[in-house]
Design a protein around this ligand. Sequence first.
Ligand SMILES: O=C(O)CCC(=O)C(=O)O
Ligand SMILES: [Fe+2]
Length: 295
Amino acid sequence: MSHFDLKQLLEADHPVFGEASAINYPASSFALQEVLRSTLMERYGFPADFRLDKMHKYVEASKIAENSEDSGHWTHPIQELGAPMVAEYHRFVGWLSDHLGFDFVFENNPLVRFHIPNRFDDRFRLSDGEIFSHHSDTMLGDYFQQVNCWLPFCDVKETGALSVCSKETSLTTLGQFIDQHEFAYADYKSSRPLFFEYMREHPERLAAIRADTMPVNMRYGQCLLFDPRTLHGTAENISDSTRVSMDFRIIPLAAYDAIMAELDATGTAPNSYDGDSLIRGEFYCADTARTAVRA
Ligand SMILES: O=C(O)CCC(=O)C(=O)O
Ligand SMILES: [Fe+2]
């Protein structure tokens, strides 16, 4: 099996999961919310009554606009939030590895996103005025063997939540998109902009995705895991709550080693994201989940 043959990749069982599923973790054993809250209070001088889910009420509109990137999110790479936050992340990753029963490679500097109630720019706006930001991270170069992890720092629901499509509709849609463009992996891995165009031009596919997509309401203390082929997107947040979450990517260590071995054997460069190669020590932490917490 090749890790870069689209037909095989579309048909392969994902190493871990079927449909996107939320797992419960013992939130009181971690201080994810508390550390993030106190870090932001210190950094931005927020008052003692500051709440993460009301962040938009504590910051000026101009500051929100200044920091809104990537589908209108205000983001902080976790490393920028300081050592206590990174330590909580590593502890969580260690717990997740025990829970899943295998070691994995994990994203080194994932984004914490503040999804503030706000209008998006028109990059992913359809002619009916709706936003369609659904994608698979594999269209951005992520390896198909990864597991997407989506971790909220407060309760999230409706337009604040992540919108997720069923696996079956996701796979059918990806298959049709790939056929239409006769993609080889080398072109597919940066096809996200083309995917939006494709959906615009195929209203029947768009309707199928919309019919099969739901916001995944979650509470603090849950983490969503999904196959990276699953289409997912951000809605325009029309609620009165800021959604604060972090999404990070993991790859089972055995799958990561197999990908690296194939790249090596074929003399192919690893994929990259934002200038970082998708290898340990760059996009992924040099340590694995089990060595990072025990280091
Ligand atoms: O948090 C979001 O709204 C988008 C996240 C995302 O695309 C991802 O986790 O891959
Ligand atoms: Fe994504």
